[in-house]
Structure formats: C-alpha cells, structure tokens
Design a protein around this ligand. Structure first.
Ligand SMILES: Cc1cc2nc3c(=O)[nH]c(=O)nc-3n(C[C@H](O)[C@H](O)[C@H](O)COP(=O)(O)O)c2cc1C
Length: 208
C-alpha cells in the first residue's frame, strides 16, 4: 500500500476532524502566542486519567527562546531538521507515581503513559480545530530533554510536540518531501475484536 494513494476515510462514520488531523513536518514562520498555546493545552487538561491523577506536565517554549533551542538539541537529528521551524515545542513529561486514595505511600501509577497519551490526543485535536498543526516526537535523548526542562525526579519524559502552521511540502529538505502526507490506518477489523483477541499476522502497519 502506498501512503500517497491511500484513502484516509473512516470505516465507520466519525467526526471529520479525526481523519483531517495529521502530523506534518513543514511549518511556516508564523509564531504562536502564549494564550493561543494555552488554549490548546487547556484541551489536554480535560483528558481523563486513572484516579484523576492528571500525571501529564507540559513544558513549552517558543522559537527564538533559549529553552526552545535546548529542547530542540535533545531531539534526534532527523527530527531537528524540521522541528527547528516549529512555532513552539512542548516537552510532555508524566509523573510516574501517585498515592492511591486511603494509602499513605506512593506507588507506581500504572497508567501514567496511557493518561499522558490521552492528553496529547486531546491537544492534537484541539490544535487541529484551532487551525494549528502538531506533531509528536518520541525521537529524542531522554536525559538531554529532561535536563533541558529541569525535570524533577519522579517524572518520565514522554514526547516532544512541535506546533505550528502547516507549510507546503516544498519547504522541506528533499528527503522528507514525499513523507509529507497523511498516513493510512489498518482496517478496524485488525484492531477491534469481539469477545477474544484475534491473533492476526502482519498488523503493525508501520507507515510513519
Ligand atoms: C509517541 C509518538 C512518537 C512519535 N515519534 C515521532 C518522531 O520521533 N518523529 C516523527 O517524525 N514522527 C513521530 N511521530 C508521529 C507519528 O509517526 C505519526 O503520528 C503517525 O505516523 C501517524 O500519522 P498522523 O499523525 O499524521 O496521522 C510520533 C507519534 C507518537 C504518537
């Protein structure tokens, strides 16, 4: 299946914004204001989480700031080449422990990654609805990123999010140009099973 020719249509009816949102790498020089960015983070704030622990933390900075450069430098080179043009970078960290109700000591929060992921999903949808593009990156040096944001002990770096206004693919280095397109999804029948897990082969669908 060629990513350039696949349809990005849903197998079942859903709101258009789910399929219209995607993760570009080409960003214009447009800046994002702090109130606008906080408007996107506000959506993330309302994500559900285990025990309502809200383990997500967001450390944001804007292009041109030293903090932006520090988090940019923690990214893998392949991400730096395009993420440097983002209007803002957001490091997403998650608190790894919590004190359950009625307990007196901290335990590992089993859902910290799941919950931070839900917050990212809310963020990405709100960004799309507000006319912004966002692109999550797991490709970074975790130690360097943690240092860049002065992350305390007890937290784990999750992703760095690039936010900006989408630009034409032509603005990207040639090697990235043909990847600048919405990606497909495997059919829902290969992800959702009634009753029991169906062991289907070849369902990873790696097409970033
Ligand atoms: C946890 C996570 C890590 C990712 N890491 C990277 C990355 O390091 N570099 C990159 O270019 N894209 C990265 N992506 C983007 C995914 O490749 C992209 O979301 C996926 O291919 C689906 O495409 P879409 O978001 O355009 O629908 C990451 C996404 C997630 C959620």
């Amino acid at each position: 299946m060629n990513a350039r020719t696949v349809s990005r249509s849903a197998d079942h009816p859903i709101e258009d914004f789910f399929t219209a949102r995607w993760s570009p790498r080409a960003f214009t020089a447009e800046t994002v204001s702090e109130p606008e960015l906080l408007g996107l983070l506000e959506a993330a704030r309302w994500a559900p989480s285990g025990l309502n622990a809200q383990p997500w933390r967001f450390v944001y900075s804007f292009r041109g700031e030293v903090e932006f450069d520090a988090i940019l430098a923690s990214l893998w080179t392949g991400n730096q080449v395009w993420a440097k043009n983002a209007a803002a970078l957001i490091a997403v960290a998650a608190k790894t422990t919590l004190i359950p109700p009625g307990a007196d000591k901290e335990i590992v929060n089993p859902s910290y990654g799941f919950d931070a992921g839900a917050a990212w999903g809310y963020f990405a949808i709100q960004a799309h609805l507000n006319g912004w593009s966002s692109h999550a990156m797991g490709g970074f040096d975790a130690e360097r990123a943690a240092e860049a944001i002065a992350m305390p002990d007890g937290y784990a770096m999750q992703v760095v999010i690039a936010v900006g206004k989408r630009a034409s693919a032509e603005t990207l280095p040639e090697v990235l140009r043909n990847r600048e397109t919405p990606s497909p999804r495997r059919p829902i029948t290969e992800s959702a099973f009634r009753g029991k897990f169906a062991f289907l082969a070849d369902t990873d669908g790696y097409q970033p």
